[in-house]
Design a binder for this molecule. Structure first.
Ligand code: AMP
Ligand code: MG
Length: 399
C-alpha cells in the first residue's frame, strides 16, 4: 500500500492544465482566468451621487438652514447639462452625474422642498464631496485588476462587464467521459434478473464531474469483456480530455479495466492506504488522463473526491485542488480498528456553539451509498481506534 499523498501526487503529475480559450463573459463563471486584466476605463466612469437629494455648492450650506433655488432635475442616465450656481440646487437621483458647479449632495431627508417645487430648504451643513462618488474610485484606468489564475466568481464577471469586456480568456472545462463496467449492471428500470443490480455509479460520477466544474460525457455501461472495454476506452480518450471508469480495478477474475489499462497506457495500478477506495488505476492513455475508480458506490465517490476532483481541478487551472479540511467535534464515538489505513467515515455535520460537530451518517460499508448520500463530510480517521465523543477530527466537507 502507498500513502494517499503519494497516490495523489502521481495523479496530479499526469493532469496538465488545458490550453486557454476565449469565451463570452456569460460562460466564464467558475473558470480560471488565463490572461491579465488591465482596466481600460474608470469605474465609476464619471463623478455621481450616492444618494437621492440635491446637488449643491457646499459653501451654500455653511449657514444652514438656508433656502436655495431649484434649477432642474437629474435622473440616473441623464447627461449633466445643468449648471449649479451660487444659491442654487439641482434635484438629483442616485447614480446621476454631478452637475457642473456643484461639489456636494445633501440627502433628501435633510431638505424640505417648497410646495410648488421651486425652492428647497437645506437643513444641514455638508462638506465638499458629501455623498459624491468620484470617477475611478473603484477602479482606475491602467490598473491591474485581475491576475492570471483567479477563479472567476459572480463579482469578477460584474467587474469585467463594468469595464466593457465581452470575452475573456480562461482555462476551459475539460470534457470528462464516464463509463460503468460490470456484467451485473442493469440500466434504468429494466427488471432485475437473478444476480443483477442497477448501475448507480455512472449517474453519480457524471454529477460529481459537473459539480467539479467540468463537462460530463456519458460513455455508457460497458460489459466485462476485454475487447469491448478496450474499444470503449480508446474511443473515449479520443473524444474527451479525461476519462473516469468505474469498476474492474480490484483483484477479481473479471476485472478487465485494470488489465486493459495496464496493456494500453502508461498506467499505475495502486493500492492506496485508505478505506474505502483502496484500489486505484491512474495513467495516460493516448496522452489522456484516465482514472480507474473502484466499483463499490461509496468507494467510487470517495476516490473521485480524493483523486479525480483534484486532477480535474488542476486541468482547469485551479491552484487549490484539494478541499481544505475543517475541524469538528465528535457527538458520538466513531470507532475503527488499526489496519494501516486512513479511514474516511461518512458523517453528518452540524454547526453549534461556534464549532462543527459530527456523527456517523449511517452504515459505513463501501456498498452503503445511502449513508454517503446523506453525509455532509468525510471524517478523516487516521490509523488507530477512531474518535471518542468529544474528541476532534478533520472533516472534508463534500458537495
Ligand atoms: P468491482 O470494482 O467491479 O469489483 O465492483 C465492486 C462492487 O461494486 C461490486 O459489488 C459491484 O457490483 C459494484 N458495482 C460496480 N459497478 C457499479 C455500478 N456502476 N453501480 C453500482 N454498483 C456497482
Ligand atoms: Mg466489476
Amino acid at each position: 500500500m502507498i500513502p494517499l499523498e503519494e497516490a495523489r501526487a502521481r495523479v496530479l503529475a499526469g493532469c496538465r492544465r488545458l490550453p486557454p480559450v476565449t469565451v463570452p463573459v456569460a460562460e466564464a463563471l467558475g473558470l480560471v482566468l488565463a490572461e491579465t486584466i488591465v482596466a481600460g476605463e474608470a469605474i465609476p466612469p464619471f463623478p455621481n451621487t450616492a444618494m437621492d437629494g440635491f446637488a449643491v455648492r457646499s459653501a451654500d450650506t455653511a449657514d444652514a438652514p438656508r433656502r436655495l433655488d431649484i434649477v432642474g432635475t437629474l435622473a440616473a442616465g441623464a447627461a449633466p447639462d445643468i449648471e449649479v450656481g451660487a444659491g442654487q440646487a439641482v434635484r438629483i437621483m442616485t447614480g446621476a452625474p454631478m452637475p457642473p458647479g456643484a461639489d456636494a449632495v445633501i440627502m433628501v431627508e435633510l431638505t424640505r422642498a417648497s410646495d410648488d417645487g421651486s425652492t428647497v430648504e437645506v437643513q444641514a451643513t455638508v462638506p465638499a464631496g458629501n455623498h459624491v462618488r468620484a470617477a475611478g474610485e473603484d477602479v482606475t484606468p491602467g490598473q491591474l485588476v485581475f491576475e492570471t489564475g483567479v477563479e472567476l466568481g459572480p463579482g469578477h464577471l460584474g467587474v469585467l462587464c463594468s469595464l466593457g469586456a465581452t470575452d475573456v480568456t480562461v482555462v476551459p472545462r475539460p470534457r470528462v467521459g464516464v463509463m460503468s463496467t460490470g456484467d451485473e449492471l442493469v440500466e434504468g428500470a429494466a427488471p432485475l434478473r437473478p444476480g443483477q443490480i442497477r448501475d448507480s455509479n455512472r449517474r453519480t460520477l457524471l454529477s460529481l464531474v459537473e459539480r467539479a466544474g467540468a463537462t460530463p460525457v456519458d460513455i455508457g455501461l460497458i460489459r466485462d469483456d476485454e475487447d469491448t472495454i478496450r474499444s470503449a476506452i480508446d474511443t473515449a480518450v479520443e473524444t474527451c480530455d479525461a476519462l473516469i471508469t468505474s469498476g474492474g480495478v480490484s483483484m477479481g477474475d473479471f476485472d478487465y479495466v485494470k488489465k486493459v489499462l495496464s496493456a494500453t497506457g502508461d498506467m499505475a495500478w495502486m493500492q492506496v492506504a485508505i478505506r474505502p477506495a483502496k484500489p486505484l488505476a491512474f495513467g495516460l492513455v493516448a496522452d489522456t488522463p484516465v482514472f480507474g475508480l473502484p466499483g463499490n458506490p461509496v468507494s467510487s465517490m470517495v476516490s473521485f473526491e480524493l483523486f479525480a476532483r483534484p486532477g480535474l481541478r488542476q486541468m482547469m487551472g485551479h491552484a487549490d485542488v484539494v478541499r481544505p479540511p475543517v475541524v469538528g467535534i465528535a457527538d458520538a464515538d466513531l470507532i475503527r480498528r488499526p489496519d494501516g489505513k486512513t479511514h474516511f467515515a461518512r458523517v453528518v455535520v452540524t454547526y453549534r456553539d461556534g464549532a462543527f460537530h459530527f456523527s456517523s451518517a449511517g452504515g459505513q460499508g463501501s456498498h452503503q451509498l445511502f449513508a454517503m448520500a446523506t453525509a455532509d463530510a468525510l471524517a478523516v480517521l487516521p490509523d488507530g481506534d477512531g474518535v471518542k465523543t468529544g474528541e476532534t477530527a478533520e472533516l472534508v466537507l463534500v458537495d
